[in-house]
Design a protein around this ligand. Structure first.
Ligand SMILES: *Cc1c(COP(=O)(O)O)cnc(C)c1O
Length: 420
């Protein structure tokens, strides 16, 4: 099946009521048939529902559908994108270990990797995703994960998958890609040789800014990398917290199995069934929306590139862009609605952000409603001029998340704001 069909049908078998729409199973717990049934479920002799912190029938449809769009075998939905990223790290690393991260990451992921996990004894080392020449030097026997974004937010750069994956495979290290911005429609990290794909479903998956959520997708046959790999001893030795279970000895995808049985159980970042249901609605038209977001963003990028008051434009599908060759190689049929541009001065940038009428001044992306941000006066306001420069953010930079409004109206809005 192709993406547009999977997005509408995959993972749902009609229940006894034959409802066309996936039902919302708004329930905390599930009744066991008898004590033996309960014991069999806990021992994984039989699969079934126990408690919504571990699994839920509505969330199950969402996970199956999402895994299928990413061409993965299993997925675990979480309460937010940040929870998805933290659970991925926690599933692999412990105190004394290190992970290697892209230097261009979402702000929350940067603070998580450089500050929060440090307090748990896990070190983060950083590399350049576009030019990963120093990646191999950062690896040692304690390296458990290479983490990067397919299209980075907010810098809108592309990762050089081939180079990163070849180093990871040589050293038998798991790669996890945050695919939030490109989405499973325009980039398939698992087809490009990566092991785990992560999303904040708060962005394009909901598509209308309706709910916070995340998901982690595992590739087929990841067991071949994890089994007997000394980096991942905890997947190959009995888990004393689950009466001696050995994750790689069971016929289930081991990464997801451990995340569900151990981490959802103990850390509890489970999604609400209602939010899973909202994400299922979002997935149904994700392929159509991504096509429109990407087409409008490219038109707007071209308009801005030709405008005399605009100094530079960053959109990966512009032929003049530094990411163009990587975008051609790794993106399918489009990019995303994210683009940025620079005007002449800080005051000019502030004026544009203040004068647009259709765009809203908001710190979010991936909404049907177009969004404008001026990082220097909002999200990055606390940084000094030097820190802004190091983060690659000039005070003349404006960031846009192009929504689903008529593209001609968006262009007129920007034109008037630039000429005011
Ligand atoms: C928003 C975002 C996150 C965090 O997701 P939340 O759902 O807000 O927790 C992580 N990565 C990227 C690329 C994002 O855009």
């Amino acid at each position: 099946m192709r993406d547009k069909t999977k997005a509408i049908h995959e993972g749902y078998e009609k229940d006894s009521q034959s409802t066309m729409a996936v039902p919302i199973y708004q329930s905390t717990a599930y009744e066991f048939k008898d004590a033996k049934h309960a014991a069999d479920l806990f021992e994984l002799k039989e699969l079934g529902n126990i408690y919504t912190r571990l699994m839920n029938p509505t969330t199950d449809v969402f996970e199956k559908r999402f895994a299928s769009l990413e061409n993965g075998v299993a997925a675990i939905a979480t309460s937010s994108g940040m929870a998805a990223i933290f659970n991925t790290i926690a599933n692999l690393a412990q105190a004394g270990d290190n992970i290697i991260c892209s230097s261009k990451l979402y702000g929350g992921t940067t603070t998580l990797t450089s500050h929060t996990i440090k307090r748990f004894g896990i070190e983060a080392r950083y590399f350049d995703v576009q030019n990963p020449h120093n990646l191999e030097e950062l690896i040692d026997g304690k390296t458990k994960l290479i983490l990067f974004e397919s299209i980075s937010n907010p810098s809108i750069d592309l990762a050089d998958f081939e180079k990163i994956v070849s180093v990871a495979k040589k050293h038998k290290i798991i790669t996890a890609v945050d695919n939030t911005v490109a989405t499973a429609i325009h980039c398939k990290p698992l087809e490009l040789g990566c092991d785990i794909s992560i999303h904040s479903t708060s962005k394009y998956t909901t598509g209308q800014g309706l709910a916070i959520g995340g998901i982690v997708v595992e590739r087929d046959n990841l067991v071949e990398l994890i089994k007997d790999n000394p980096r991942y001893a905890h997947f190959n030795e009995p888990d004393p917290s689950y009466h001696g279970l050995v994750y790689t000895s069971l016929p289930f995808p081991p990464f997801s199995l451990r995340m569900r049985l151990s981490l959802l159980r103990d850390l509890g970042a489970a999604p609400s069934p209602f939010n899973s249901w909202l994400f299922i609605q979002g997935l149904e038209h994700l392929p159509l929306r991504m096509k429109q977001h990407s087409e409008s963003a490219l038109r707007i990028a071209k308009f801005l590139e030709s405008h005399p008051k605009v100094k530079s434009v960053n959109y990966p599908l512009l032929e003049s862009n530094k990411n163009y060759s990587l975008a051609k190689k790794y993106l399918k049929d489009g990019a995303s609605g994210l683009l940025s541009f620079e005007v002449e001065s800080f005051d000019e940038a502030k004026k544009v952000a203040d004068s647009v009428k259709i765009f809203s001044l908001v710190v979010n992306i991936g909404d049907s409603k177009s969004i404008i941000t001026h990082p220097a006066s909002t999200t990055h306001q606390q940084l000094s001029a030097k820190e802004l420069e190091d983060a690659g953010i000039s005070d003349k930079l404006i960031r846009l998340s192009i929504g689903l409004e008529d593209c001609d109206d968006l262009i007129e809005d920007l034109k008037e704001a630039l000429e005011d």
